[in-house]
Design a protein around this ligand. Structure first.
Ligand code: G4P
Length: 534
């Protein structure tokens, strides 16, 4: 059992064994491969290779959707649950491409820890850094996996040093690699005093694991050639002297990370990492909310929607809201209160996500992610409770950085298009603005690739070819302040005003100067680039 925040009530056994986490990494570091191995050891898939699509196809843009089906893992975040030893893991998948960052940020509000995967040859890369910053904002505990040690990698001290310097994060080695590239034999498990040896012949086989009596154990020499053994002893002695020692509290506070070295493709180091997530990763604890924070030990069921996804199954035109449970023991059929509308909602067909299959969830506990099929009632940020009026905080919505007008190829299909666009906006895939003047729609996204994905989804899911075209606007800002002032402002700037899909007022412009001017001329108003989803 991991350390917990002092003076908090005991957690129910089922909650205490939950570990809800995400993997963050730069594309290509090995997140998919590692996910696949997690599922393999979690018994969720029988054989590695089921999850991933073949090489090239993965990278072509138009294949994103097909890819989703082939892999069974969605390009936008989805959740997978599986047992490992005494624990129950909920792995929330984050989309790797930087264009999907908003989705990723929101996903990180639904987890209690993150596994950071880095490539042993490349170290900390741009996307790792960005995602890490989000984790830091939330003080998420980070466990690090340094992958691809079967290839030429950097010097171990150099890798650790880079993480410490670049991310301002103390790093304590949980394992120490023995050689690298062709010479890579395995690792010395510094936490458990074991020698873990890699089996190069069989990628899916468990590695050999030998209990040692310290580094001077004579049996070491039976497994490691003399020169490598000498180097290992020297390096580990140096690491123990120079690097931070393990401190469970510092890990939980997000100030120190443990690092494991391994090779996901060879299944090496993965089980040790999983055991580390279990032993040191936190169980669900406290979720920030207004007017009070919610403890995972509380009996009444509460949770919030952090993601909405449409048409996961092309045969059903449904939407699935992903709910992170923050407290209580949820049972199928329960009636919960939908806080935003004040209406009761019977959750008859909740889903748990077990690799490619979705199954009806009979019950679920704080920390779990359940999927709730619905017809659009549930939106990102919505809270479900047993009656209490709560709002979970910290779920961001970002102003889009790219705006384009959208047209249906067939003008008769405008209503249809509106429906599709509203759906994607509610899903959080894009922003939708209805300008106060004129009849069209403006779609906003954070990265250019999202336009391609949207066009392809509208065509596939609604049989509606669409075109995106440049508009005169490049920025959108939400307008807030006293109601009469907002209305006065909207009247004075009609040509720049729009409503988002929630009906909130938005100011659109192409000039930063305009935004600064509003700040000066309308001191009662606030123009913001993010809106916290209610
Ligand atoms: P990502 O999701 O983070 O983008 O990475 P992914 O797992 O897809 O891995 C990226 C590439 O790195 C893949 O090769 C994968 O096989 C390889 N890889 C992952 N882990 C290891 C490892 O431990 N050692 C080595 N040597 N390679 C690893 P690819 O050629 O792009 O794809 P594929 O043809 O193997 O499918």
């Amino acid at each position: 059992m991991s350390d917990r925040i002092p003076n908090t009530p005991p957690l129910p056994t089922e909650v205490a064994r939950r570990r809800t986490f995400a993997i963050i990494s730069h594309p290509d570091a090995g997140k998919t491969t590692l996910t696949e191995k997690f599922l393999l050891y979690g018994g969720a898939i029988q054989m590695a290779g089921q999850v991933r699509a073949k090489g090239e196809a993965r990278r072509t843009r138009s294949d994103f959707m097909k890819l989703e089906q082939e892999r069974g893992i969605s390009v936008s975040a989805s959740a997978m649950s599986f047992p490992f030893r005494d624990w129950w893991f909920n792995l929330v998948d984050t989309p790797g491409h930087s264009d999907f960052s908003e989705d990723t940020y929101r996903t990180l509000t639904a987890v209690d820890a993150a596994v950071m995967v880095i490539d042993g040859a490349k170290g900390v890369e741009s996307q790792t850094r960005k995602l890490f910053e989000v984790c830091r904002m939330r003080d998420l505990p980070i466990l690090t996996f340094c992958n691809k040690m079967d290839r030429e990698a950097r010097d171990t001290f150099e890798i650790i040093d880079e993480i410490q310097q670049e991310l301002q994060l103390d790093v304590c080695p949980a394992s120490w690699p023995i050689g690298q590239g062709r010479e890579f034999l395995g690792c010395y498990d510094m936490l458990n005093d074991r020698l873990e040896l890699m089996d190069r012949a069989d990628r899916n086989k468990r590695a050999e694991s030998v209990k040692m009596q310290g580094l001077d154990d004579p049996r070491m020499a039976e497994h490691i050639p003399a020169d490598q053994l000498e180097k290992l002893r020297e390096e580990v002695a140096m690491a123990r002297e120079l690097l931070p020692t393990f401190d469970a509290r510092a890990l939980l506070d997000g100030n120190l990370s443990l690092i494991w070295f391994g090779s996901a493709i060879n299944s090496f180091g993965v089980q040790e990492l999983m055991a580390g997530i279990g032993a040191f990763g936190p169980p669900p604890e406290v979720a920030p909310a207004e007017p009070r924070a919610v403890g995972a030990w509380e009996k009444p069921v509460t949770g919030f929607v952090f993601k909405v996804q449409a048409n996961m199954d092309p045969k059903h035109r449904d939407r699935v809201a992903f709910l992170r449970l923050c407290s209580g023991h949820f049972e199928r059929g329960m009636k919960l209160q939908h806080v935003r509308t004040g209406k009761p909602m019977a959750v008859a067909n909740p889903m748990l996500f077990l690799a490619q299959d979705r199954e009806i969830a009979e019950d679920a506990w704080a920390g779990d992610i359940i999927g709730i099929p619905n017809h659009g009632q549930l939106r990102i940020g919505d809270a479900l409770t047993e009656g209490e009026t709560l709002r979970f905080t910290g779920i961001p919505s970002f102003a889009p950085e790219l705006l384009q007008a959208v047209r249906a190829g067939d003008p008769m299909k405008a209503k249809h298009l509106e429906k599709a666009l509203t759906q994607f906006a509610e899903e959080g895939a894009s922003k939708l603005f209805k300008p106060a003047v004129g009849s069209g729609w403006i779609v906003g996204v954070v990265g250019p690739l999202q336009f391609d994905v949207l066009a392809s989804r509208i065509e596939q899911e609604y049989s509606l070819p669409v075109r995106f075209e440049p508009t005169q606007f490049t920025s959108a800002r939400w307008v807030s302040g006293p109601r009469d002032k907002v209305e006065e402002f909207a009247r004075a700037n009609r040509g720049h005003m729009a409503e988002d899909h929630d009906g909130d007022p938005v100011f659109m412009t192409r000039l930063q100067w305009d935004i600064d001017r509003v700040g000066r001329d309308w001191p009662d108003l606030r123009l913001t680039a993010t809106k916290e989803t209610m």
